[in-house]
Design a protein. Structure first.
Length: 141
């Protein structure tokens, strides 16, 4: 998976908005915010790794786009679908946001409450369909 041309355009707009001094770069503290603004869900661990990779220096849009593409490629949708099915108790293709938030906060890599809320919001609504879950997880990666 990769960012579509429309998503790249959205990324450019968010990047430009975060580029307060209009020098064509954003600082390390803005990278995670801009990724989340375009629907990606990097964890604090991901952001730390990105900052380590960049030496904590500002990045231009092309570098930001490459880092965003890496976030998109982290988790294949087949694995995401398997994870979804574990939470689809009624086997109806829908899981509650409560169940998702619980799983995010208690299983695997630990998320902050804010990260869990952002994921649930990105997935949409009180009930999350398999399609929305896969989209959110593949953006999260």
């Amino acid at each position: 998976m990769s960012l579509s041309p429309e998503e790249q355009k959205e990324a450019k707009q968010a990047f430009n908005f975060a580029d307060k001094d209009k020098d064509g770069k954003i600082g390390p503290t803005e990278i995670g915010y801009v990724m989340r603004a375009i629907g990606l869900m990097p964890t604090e661990k991901d952001i730390k790794a990105i900052n380590d990779k960049t030496g904590g220096k500002p990045v231009d849009f092309d570098t930001f786009l490459k880092m965003s593409q890496e976030q998109v490629k982290k988790l294949p949708s087949q694995e995401v679908e398997t994870a979804f099915k574990k939470f689809d108790k009624d086997r109806n293709g829908i899981i509650s946001t409560h169940d998702i938030k619980h799983a995010i906060l208690t299983l695997g890599e630990k998320f902050s409450d804010a990260e869990a809320e952002a994921f649930v919001k990105a997935a949409g609504g009180d009930k999350i369909t398999i399609k929305d879950f896969i989209k959110s997880m593949s953006q999260y990666k």
